[in-house]
Design a binder for this molecule. Structure first.
Ligand code: G3P
Length: 221
């Protein structure tokens, strides 16, 4: 399973990128707005920093034509750009046209297996079910993800399942078990993946024992 960061913060991206585990980035209008900078500059910096896929979302949802036009402009930002379109009739129409012309799309705001079937049928590169938001609406996001992964397997769909709106490390572990191809998560979740109290305790013990040996070799008591 490829690991993506769900952020538009270049500092967060640089930190996780140096771990050697970052395969891509997903952004959305909310995340870009949090940077309070020119979106063009934000997207450019991310596309340059990250080798893997970077999802950039269309913001003019007024028609399929408008999304297609903006999608083409976003795709020109870099070879690793993936265009996010919403799960709406216009989004599907624009997405299918973009895929046909060789532009990879990520169908976003997906909340059900039925919607995920539609994304696969237009040949989307990525489908993004929002697990945490499904949980927020008193439903089971992980169950929906498992169903989507099973349907894709049974049907032989090639669309990549990207588990999105992940809120904690167990979401990531369960998404991997379900067979998601990609998991995208906020910086806070990424940094929790690396932490374990026994790692910290083990490090402290190793350091203390090593320091004691140095002290002993120098003739200490
Ligand atoms: O970027 C899409 C998705 O991951 C959003 O997550 O936490 O805003 O529900 P969240």
């Amino acid at each position: 399973m490829r690991l993506f960061l769900d952020t538009a913060s270049i500092d967060e991206i640089r930190e996780i990128n140096r771990w050697g585990v970052l395969s891509g980035v997903t952004t959305n209008p909310t995340l870009v707005s949090k940077e309070h900078e020119d979106p063009e500059a934000v997207w450019k910096e991310i596309l340059t920093e990250v080798e893997g896929d970077v999802s950039l979302e269309v913001t003019d949802m007024s028609s399929a034509d408008a999304m297609e036009e903006q999608g083409r402009m976003l795709a020109e930002r870099g070879p690793n750009a993936v265009v996010k379109v919403p799960m709406t009739p216009d989004g599907l129409e624009a997405g299918k046209r973009l895929m046909k012309s060789g532009i990879r799309i990520n169908v976003t705001l997906v909340f059900s297996p039925a919607q995920a079937i539609l994304a696969a049928e237009i040949g989307a590169y990525i489908v993004s079910p929002f697990l945490g938001r499904i949980d927020d609406s008193a439903s089971d996001g992980m169950h929906a993800l498992r169903q989507i992964c099973e349907i894709y397997e049974v049907q032989g769909y090639e669309t990549n399942v990207l588990a999105a709106s992940l809120r904690h490390p167990m979401h990531v572990v369960d998404a991997a078990l379900a067979g998601a191809h990609i998991a995208t998560m906020p910086y806070e979740v990424f940094t929790k993946l690396v932490k374990h109290p026994l790692t910290d305790i083990g490090l402290e013990k190793f350091s203390a024992d090593w320091a004691a040996l140095q002290h002993e070799l120098k003739g200490g008591a």
